[in-house]
Design a protein around this ligand. Structure first.
Ligand SMILES: *Cc1c(COP(=O)(O)O)cnc(C)c1O
Length: 392
């Protein structure tokens, strides 16, 4: 059906117009698989899980799950039972753990999709006990809080539970786990303290597997590996450890189309609030990307008082050069200062790399006073998504 010569909107998708997108992300599944294998090697004797919460850190649940399964992962962590239900058909024989645990009203999802709850509190334990008495035996994980004060039983509660003679024989956790608060700072005393507390809890559950390390924990060494590691951000190419070179391959490249290149005079202002005042005659490239795409406003070069980390703001990568963001990031548009590129190099229609192989995501996130986890999980729906398949 057409009206006035246009296809009806119901039959049109942006996929019908390749090459016309305002912005694109390219996700390198080969790098994803290589990163997981590197974490598996670094995990030594421990088994290595894959963490697929939040749409696989924004990279896309289906391609990430398929790739990591092919690389050898069989243990998968998600945040919610809904994420677990979406993952189940992608990894039919995988074990899926739900980090937020089982709350009253969510029980049926765990049984219907064969999901393993990571029990976070004694209330959740009671919900789980009631659920297995109704639906039958089911595996679970016990989360122990060893100092983060987020989720988990206290060590004392865990030890008491292990010794409880009234504990039903059918209740047998398949894993004891905890989470590090300061793993990204290798010398932080919390790491040792949490390790000692976790050992005490794990010892109370002899014969049950144990897991402590996220990505940063994998880098802390063999003491932290136990039976299973749970690397997330490193597998997606992020920097797990502060202040050290990032050994992971970049997985995500985000690029935006330049809509216009304009000349502006010394003394003029750029963008909302005229927050950037030009100290020279300048050439400015306006890119089709903004905070509605998850390119955060805190990446702005000026006029964002809350950001303390890197006063100069983010940069992009264009025609072999790093170029500074200038002015404030707006909802759909961002300015870059391309004055230092030879005139005639930058054109409308070019794509500028926001982060990726030439513009490390951890550098960009620091410029925005945030972390790479945030940039990845904020990638908005306007990006076209392309996947580079892993070699098999
Ligand atoms: C998200 C998460 C992980 C993965 O952490 P990274 O820092 O991304 O490696 C591991 N364990 C738990 C409990 C988590 O919530």
């Amino acid at each position: 059906m057409t009206n006035n010569g246009f296809p009806s909107s119901a039959s049109v998708s942006s996929d019908d117009f390749p090459g016309e997108e305002p912005a694109r992300v390219t996700i390198d599944l080969g790098a994803l698989a290589d990163n997981w294998r590197l974490m598996a090697r670094k995990s030594g004797k421990a088994r290595t899980a894959a963490v697929l919460k939040a749409n696989a850190y924004g990279t896309g649940l289906e391609p990430a799950a398929r790739t990591l399964y092919q690389a050898g992962a069989r243990d998968f962590f998600v945040a919610t039972p809904q994420e677990g239900a979406a993952l189940r058909p992608l990894v039919p024989d995988g074990r899926i753990y739900v980090l937020s645990g089982m709350w009253a009203g969510s029980e049926r999802l765990f049984f219907a999709f064969d999901l393993v709850p990571v029990i976070a509190s004694s209330e959740q334990l009671a919900v789980f006990m009631a659920a297995i008495s109704e639906h039958g035996d089911h595996p679970c994980v016990l989360q122990i809080d060893t100092g983060m004060n987020r989720l988990g039983l206290t060590v004392a509660e865990a030890v008491a539970l292990a010794d409880d003679p009234a504990r039903p024989a059918s209740f047998s956790p398949v894993l004891i786990m905890s989470h590090l608060a300061c793993g990204d700072e290798p010398l932080h005393p919390m790491n040792r303290m949490q390790l000692d507390r976790f050992r005490a809890a794990a010892n109370a559950f002899q014969g049950v597997e144990a897991s402590l390390a996220n990505s940063a924990g994998v880098f802390l060494g063999a003491d932290f590996h136990f039976d299973m590691t749970r690397p997330g951000i490193a597998v997606y190419g992020g920097a797990a450890v502060n202040g050290e070179p990032n050994p992971m391959k970049p997985v995500v490249k985000a690029e935006a189309r330049i809509l216009q290149v304009r000349e502006a005079k010394i003394g003029e202002g750029v963008g909302y609030g005229a927050s950037a005042l030009l100290s020279r005659d300048s050439r400015i490239a306006v890119a089709a990307i903004g905070y509605a795409d998850g390119y955060l406003r805190s990446l702005s070069s000026a006029g964002v008082p809350l950001r303390q980390a890197v006063v100069s703001g983010a940069r992009g990568y264009l025609h072999g050069h790093h170029v500074p963001l200038i002015g404030r990031v707006t909802m759909d548009l961002t300015h870059f200062d391309v004055t230092d590129l030879p005139s005639g190099t930058v054109h409308a229609g070019d794509f500028i790399e926001l982060f990726g192989p030439h513009m490390p995501i951890d550098v960009v996130s620091r410029a925005g006073g945030t972390i790479d986890y945030v940039l990845l999980t904020s990638l908005g729906p306007r990006y076209r998504r392309d996947y580079i398949e892993a070699a098999r």
